[in-house]
Design a protein around this ligand. Sequence first.
Ligand code: C2E
Ligand code: CA
Ligand code: CA
Length: 633
Amino acid sequence: MFAANREEPQLVVAQARALAKQVPILYAILSIDAVAVSYTHYRVAPDWLTIYPLSILLVACAVRMLIWIRRSREPADAETCARRLRSTTRIAPVLGVAFALWAIFLSRHGDATTQMHAAYFLNITMVACVFCLLHLRSAAVLLGLIAIPITIYFGLSENHIVQATAINFATVFGVLMFMQSTFYRDFRSLVRLSGENARLANIDALTGLPNRRSFFSELKIQSDEAVASGSAFTVGMIDLDGFKPVNDTYGHGAGDEVLREVARRLELAMREVGWIARIGGDEFGLIIKGEANVAAVGRAICVALQQPYLLREGTAQIGASLGFASYTDRSDTAEILVERADYALYFAKANHRGTAVAFTEEHASRLRSESKIEQALRDAEFGTEFGLVYQPIIDARAGRVVAFEALARWNSMRLGPVSPAEFIPVAERAGLIHCLTRALLDKALGTARNWPTEIQIAFNLSAYDIDTPEKVSMISDLIVKSGVSPERIIFEVTETALMRDFADAGRALTALKDLGVSIALDDFGTGFSSLSYVHRLPLDKLKVDRSFTADLCEDAACRNIVQSIIGLCRNLNLTCVVEGVETSEQMLLLGALGCTNMQGYLFHKPMAEAEIAAFLAAQNGCAGDGPTVSTAA
Ligand code: C2E
Ligand code: CA
Ligand code: CA
């Protein structure tokens, strides 16, 4: 009871915090009461009993008061707090005894009134001190013990009033001791309860890992430490690949089981190197302390998470992508490191799925230019700064235009023309793509309304345009409002878009198809093409990426790939469109391989809306009958 509780550091800190407020008051009361009692005994008792002890007591009280006031302003750990409590427990009885002896000696001088004052001074001051020490049971109890001989002493007085006062004092002190014990018990349970609440508020209930809130507070501690001492650390962001399909296929119970197992494997992989937290649904954050081999840790994590998950419902397989960013200098705040790790993760997801990517100088310069683009995008006037150009898709065998693909153009007020290859990914990351799509689709449909009805409009959709049923229904509303027949509309989506969440994407595409539009899989061959996806999705067309066309005539492997894709399309009853046709040789070779639909600079570069009528008229002029095409390269 008399030692500060080592097992309950939270209690010790709470006690020290409470005492830091109350002990200065205790010393103030002591000082005032001591001045008062010295005043009534001045010249009644000798100076060595009034002025001298008072001076010593006042100096001692002032020093202790200042020490405690300073302490109340400094943060202290449990060890320091425990030391303070121990010293208070030692000092309290010493001061108690000193005051008691002083009061007793004073009470021997003067008349009944001054005697009474000395007794009263002692009683009331002791009671006030116990009140101030309510949070420190050991000190309060020691004062209680000192009260016993004091009561006996005054109880044995010949003065009946003093005797009666001693009885009052004993009663009050007894009750006070009882209250102290009840109060202290309640205080301790309150501290324990708030400790438990704080623990629960910082833990992820499903996995038992620290949660997002703890991750960011730990990160703040690490970064403060790094700034103060230059110690190295690395922030990592992990995102599971293919987790949602597990949830969709086996149910949420199985999903939870996978997350728990992921947490267990991560803890194992991070043992001794750092700290791991669950910061979102299937996102985890990690902090690696010191100069660890980050690449090796990343690889180990990827390998560990790729191993099969044996569930009651079956076996699940998922992967994980990781982004890392290391602290380099004092300007790297926790927020900057998280942003960098996030960027490296985004880069891993887009380019090296299932691997760990560390943030590099190259990423830094990309991030800088993307931030500029993002800022300009946020301030952009979508209606006026953005426009569309249209590139024809040709049926080379029939020699006619079958569709125009709408391609976004941005003439930024601040940055000048920016390529869609740059601003579309930024708009996606910044959550702005949906607004942009709405503005552009509205424009594209308005333009297509003026074309001959046999010509279709192809429009590129991003993954983020179809990730919720609300967005899909917004697209459908725009189509209805435009009056363009859905049969004339082709939506182009890339494989990477579909791979983000295969089940959701499949549902969104089916919803779009139900409107009557066609779906084309864009940039085919560049992503993670899997035949099982191609045949499970409601597709109408495959667009062979232009990287295959570029080497078509020189590279036999390229030719074989394109030929296989053309064969695949024929078997699955899909239309095959080859992009990036720039030369007549490529066109002829593709024709020989059985491809009819082509697109590329050979036929025409993307053109402004105003040029379309003349372009179509020229084609009509060539053939005389229906829109036909001549090469324009
Ligand atoms: P994409 O959908 O694959 O579009 C074809 C890109 O190839 C266009 O680039 C086009 O100008 C270019 N191209 C066409 N024929 C040839 C050729 O013969 N040779 C070469 N070298 N290039 C050719 P662009 O307009 O810069 O668009 C780049 C990408 O930006 C598009 O690739 C598409 O993924 C995206 N994008 C463009 N507009 C939109 C849009 O409105 N929404 C969304 N979500 N993405 C868009
Ligand atoms: Ca496209
Ligand atoms: Ca493409």
